[in-house]
Design a protein around this ligand. Structure first.
Ligand SMILES: [Zn+2]
Length: 440
């Protein structure tokens, strides 16, 4: 140290070194340091010599400040301003995130994503930009509004004749005639019975057909694109339809041939399922609303542990890879597989580790020739009144990845919300390099 010629840090290349000049944080006496980049560097020294002032309060503080600076001004407003550390300059440092190596006892559901707050941005992104798709049809789930219905109406050709309708909602405590009488009291005059528009008073005079389809006629109009008063009136009528129809408004376009009925719903639904609208809470697994119902947001459940069922993955099924099926009394479970494996190309002599994912899966699900491990364990569970089955079952139980959320901790329907076809649950399971290309 005393013989080396002092080199000014000003002359060093920030591509090769992280350069700190004139650090004065806490007890540091305006020191200059050059740390080689992309190397594992240990800061060591006497207690109180300023190691953490240099590493955390100076170097990391600057890296974190740069990380925050890299975020949008929108995101920054939630984070507060970060002061520059007391230093002349720092060059060559990248935006940084620090993670302490300790188990966070405050919330056992914490992950690297939540601790670094990166997951907060993902939640915000999905809550704002995510689109919900029905798992049944794969179609986009949308909610119709008065505005979207009015827009639909006024996108029709000038002069198009149409009716604003809604289904007649039958309330349990009222008969059909009482229902119609209430409509009259509310000021409605016409009703559509199947394909016929009739006066409610007329309908009430005759015997009522309980099996017919009843719709309340709320308004009739002929589309005049520039008529503002008409637009206001139609908007009012659509609002009434949504109210009387308990969320359903129907627009019937009247044509000479056959009328077309267009149905609008102000509920966030599709395929008969009402969906949760994307919100930050929907993607928050450490609260009861967003947490997976099966594992309560832990990502793990007490289940059958594959590692305990197949303790030695270098042996084949024939050699007894499946531990619970080795014993004499349980051999009958594996025998059909050994005998029939050839029928469905199952390589009984291949080490377990070399089986394909599909073949491993088959061991659990079984097929028409043999019952799989799922059926086997279900059988054990049905016999737990017998001590030997209870003991056997407990031998293979362990904390396993939750089958419902695949360890992502989120409630199932959070995965219906997607950005570019990818759900937040798929995103958090991605390896980092693929995650980067998705974000880019
Ligand atoms: Zn779960």
């Amino acid at each position: 140290m005393d013989t080396a010629q002092p080199v000014s840090v000003d002359t060093l290349d920030p591509k090769q070194f992280i350069i700190i000049k004139g650090a004065k944080v806490n007890n540091l006496k305006g020191i200059d340091v050059a740390i080689p980049r992309n190397k594992l560097v240990v800061v060591t020294g006497l207690s109180g010599s300023g190691k953490s002032s240099l590493a955390f309060d100076t170097l990391f503080a600057e890296g974190q400040r740069m990380y925050v600076e890299s975020l949008s001004s929108y995101a920054r407003q939630f984070l507060g301003r970060m002061e520059k550390p007391e230093v002349e300059y720092i060059k060559g440092v990248s935006p940084a995130i620090a993670i302490e190596q300790k188990v966070n006892t405050r919330n056992p559901r914490s992950t690297v994503g939540t601790t670094t707050e990166i997951y907060d941005y993902l939640k915000l992104l999905y809550a704002r930009v995510g689109k919900t798709y029905s798992p049944v049809s794969g179609e986009l789930v949308t909610r119709d509004t008065v505005t979207s219905v009015v827009d639909f109406i006024f996108s029709q050709e000038e002069g198009t004749r149409l009716m604003v309708l809604c289904p007649l909602i039958k309330h349990q405590e009222r008969s059909l005639s009482e229902e119609l009488t209430v409509l009259l009291q509310k000021g409605f005059t016409r009703i559509k019975v199947n394909d016929e528009v009739l006066f409610i008073e007329e309908v009430l005079e005759d015997e009522l057909d309980e099996s017919a389809e009843y719709r309340i006629l709320i308004d009739r109009a002929s589309v005049q694109p520039d008529d503002e008063d008409l637009q206001f009136r139609i908007a009012d009528s659509v609002q009434t339809a949504f109210f009387e129809g308990e969320g359903i408004c129907e627009i019937e376009i009247v044509t000479r041939e056959s009328n077309e009925l267009h149905r609008f719903s102000d509920k966030f639904e599709r395929d008969g399922i009402v969906f949760e609208e994307p919100s930050v809470n929907l993607f928050t697994f450490n609260n009861p609303y967003g947490a997976c119902r099966t594992c309560e947001g832990f990502g793990k459940v007490l289940g059958i542990d594959e590692d305990l069922v197949v303790p030695d993955k270098s042996v084949s099924v024939y050699e007894g890879a499946i531990a619970p099926w080795r014993s004499h009394s349980m051999k009958k479970w594996v025998e059909p597989l050994l005998k029939n494996g050839i029928r469905f190309d199952f390589p009984i002599h291949r080490p377990y580790v070399d089986l394909t994912e599909g073949q491993k899966e088959l061991l659990w699900t079984g097929n028409q020739y043999f019952k799989g491990l799922n059926a086997f364990f279900k059988h054990l569970e049905s016999k737990t009144h017998k001590i030997q089955y209870r003991v056997m079952l407990s031998r293979y139980r362990g904390r396993t990845t939750c089958p419902e959320c695949k360890g992502t901790r989120l409630r199932k329907d959070a995965a219906y919300v997607k950005i570019n076809g990818t759900s937040i649950t798929e995103l958090v399971l991605l390896p980092i390099p693929r995650l980067i290309s998705f974000i880019q």
